[in-house]
Design a protein around this ligand. Structure first.
Ligand code: NAD
Length: 504
């Protein structure tokens, strides 16, 4: 452990964080790996919010008039700085969120990818030209910066979610106010330092383009309540979204909500089982089941269910669980004790509903002391019970059988959440049906790929209790701008639309 401490101090200082300045505050930041205190940070009071908003508004006034491709240049520099800091930031993600090394690095890579995407987007904030019904008139649509964007993020993607939002918000002409999870504020402070490095290489950026608020839900609530934050992008539990959405709606703000998922895979009788097993294991146990897109429900054709479950149990039995910083580990810790208890309780409830549980015990040998390490669980269920319909943020895979493909689709859609989904099949009718209007009701639907590990090029988000927001690629940038319809009259007449006469 001593070595790890020394390494972490080097990492912190490489990232521009002074280890000596990270102590004495009221917010204790612990590592899920071994419960070690990484920092004690000063929290911001909700009373300071007015000053934060005033600074962001001033930044907006200056930034909105900077040409968008020039704003893209700042994001290009951010991407460069992230490339330089990748190893250190990835390591800090692993310490603070408990991810295995390659997933910590992967998260930073996702930040770099969205920066690249946003740089291109900065030259493509296209509006339409529209045919006018009136002679000598031109209609068009213009996209303008909207104002300060509030970003609230969850512990499990402590840095990528910020970057998805920020890279786009910046090229769209908006400053960002970021309230990271109280479980992962250190990586947020590191991101702010990396952003400062990009700013230092960019002429004429206004101050306060990014402000990071260290604190808990109360601080998030104060941000959400502000009339001067036109867009709130909130990632976290459905419980949080239920609290946030009505507040933003009451003041006519815009919400981008990225909430809980309960993602399924349908495995048809023609599926390539070898490939399906690999996809299932990665999606169900990767990040210790703590991804919003984690595979939680497996809906398998009854003719292959026994074979598939046997293969999965074999794969699960050999999974390396332990210190996520060690080479070869595939499953690190859950974020905290409450998460471990939630997993155990869900397994007990599933059993009471007729489920047969494989795995799911706490691991105490060959793992660092002070962390919550759990064996991933497979639970064969007689049907889709209340427990299966609930998102438990832990590695539990519920397995259910089906006979007709239509029934599998019904089961897949019959949950409150609507984030990610997939089908494994070599039958093109099943694949196309899955993607059709009568197929999966999720924001993400894949064929022969697991539900997790999305690329940044597509719009990311889901329906129903997942909140309906879209981030990242495709046209998600429009969520960070206001749309204006313009009509220009270059004639010397003043005709009214719809043929209305109003002669004075
Ligand atoms: P959480 O809801 O406990 O916290 C998320 C963030 O919301 C934190 O920053 C927290 O301080 C803040 N918050 C909580 N209550 C608030 C309130 N009333 N007002 C304003 N802010 C508030 O979630 P978590 O445990 O950090 O993350 C896990 C959850 O996030 C899971 O449900 C997971 O599915 C979801 N998630 C969704 C996505 C997605 O893109 N759909 C991505 C990552 C995580």
């Amino acid at each position: 452990m001593k070595d790890m401490n020394m390494t972490s101090e080097t990492t912190l200082s490489n990232l521009g964080l002074d280890p000596a300045a990270l102590s004495g505050g009221s917010l204790k930041v612990t590592s899920p790996i071994d419960g070690r205190v990484l920092a004690e940070l000063n929290e911001m009071g909700a009373g300071e919010m007015d000053a934060v908003i005033a600074r962001a508004k001033a930044a907006f006034k200056a930034w909105r008039t900077v040409p968008a491709p020039r704003r893209g240049e700042l994001v290009r520099l951010l991407g460069e700085e992230l490339r330089a800091a990748k190893d250190d930031l990835g390591a800090l993600v692993s310490w603070e969120a408990g991810k295995i090394t390659s997933e910590g690095l992967g998260e930073v890579q996702e930040m770099i990818d969205i920066c690249d995407f946003a740089v291109g987007q900065s030259r493509q904030l296209y509006g339409l030209t529209i045919a006018s019904e009136r002679p000598g008139h031109r209609m068009m649509e213009t996209w303008h910066p909207i104002g300060p964007v509030g970003v609230i993020s969850a512990f499990n993607f402590p840095v990528a979610v910020w970057c998805w939002n920020t890279a786009l918000a910046l090229v769209c002409g908006n400053p960002v106010i970021w309230k990271p999870s109280e479980k992962t504020p250190l990586t947020a402070l590191a991101c702010a330092k990396i952003f400062e490095r990009a700013l230092a290489r960019f002429e004429d950026a206004p101050a306060d383009l990014l402000q990071v608020l260290v604190g808990g839900a109360d601080l998030g609530k104060a941000l959400v309540e502000s009339e001067d934050v036109p867009v709130i992008s909130a990632t976290g539990s459905t419980r949080m979204g239920r609290a946030v959405a009505p507040i933003v709606a009451a003041r006519f703000g815009k919400c981008i909500l990225e909430l809980g998922g309960n993602n399924a895979m349908i495995v048809g009788p023609s599926a390539d089982l070898e490939m399906a097993v690999r996809a299932i294991v990665f999606s169900a146990v990767g990040t210790a089941g703590q991804r919003c897109t984690t595979l939680r429900r497996l809906i398998v054709h009854n003719s292959i269910k026994g074979d598939l479950v046997a293969r999965l149990k074999k794969a699960y039995a050999g999974l390396p669980i332990g210190n996520p910083l060690e080479d070869g580990t595939l499953i690190g810790p859950l974020v905290d004790e409450a998460s471990g208890n939630a997993m155990s309780n869900a397994l007990k409830s599933a059993e009471a509903e007729g489920g047969v549980v494989f795995g799911g015990n706490r691991v105490t040998e060959n793992v660092p002391e002070g962390g919550v390490y759990m064996q991933p669980a497979i639970v064969e269920m007689p049907g889709q019970s209340a427990t299966v319909k609930t998102e438990t943020f832990a590695p539990i895979l519920y397995v259910m059988g089906y006979d007709a493909f239509g029934d599998a689709l019904e089961i897949q859609n019959d949950v409150p959440q609507g984030l990610s989904s997939c089908v494994f099949t070599l039958n093109m009718r099943e694949a196309e049906q899955f993607l059709s209007a009568a197929g999966s009701d999720c924001g993400i639907a894949n064929v022969n790929i697991g539900p997790s590990g999305a690329e940044i090029g597509g719009a990311f988000g889901g329906e129903k209790e997942t909140g309906g927001g879209r981030e990242s690629g495709s046209d998600a940038w429009k969520g960070y701008m206001r749309r204006q319809t313009n009509t220009v009259n270059y004639s010397d007449e003043l005709p009214l639309a719809q043929g209305v006469k109003f002669d004075i």
